[in-house]
Design a protein around this ligand. Structure first.
Ligand code: ZN
Length: 89
């Protein structure tokens, strides 16, 4: 599905085709900004991110978003936070 929001730096995002910049963590009182930030979070989870390799005894392949190490078979989404995972290296 085509995204409606896009990242803008580490702390902000924009609605695609719109110049207004929103904080990723807006005040709850700014209801429109808060609703857009929720949409942005959902779209970010759906954007596949590269799986992370963690070295060491407790190492393995880990989620790029929450850092949990995967114990079971490769699934398209992280079972802990829902992040879409790109398994290609
Ligand atoms: Zn995760």
């Amino acid at each position: 599905m085509e995204r409606l929001t896009e990242p803008y730096g580490a702390n902000y995002f924009r609605v695609c085709g719109n110049k207004t910049v929103y904080n990723r963590k807006p005040q709850k009182s700014s209801r429109v900004a808060f609703a857009l930030a929720k949409l942005f979070q959902i779209e970010e989870l759906d954007e596949p991110k590269k799986v992370v390799m963690v070295d060491g005894f407790y190492g393995g392949l880990a989620c790029p978003s929450c850092g949990e190490i995967f114990k079971s078979e490769r699934s398209p989404h992280c079972p802990y936070c829902g992040q879409a995972i790109d398994w290609k290296n």
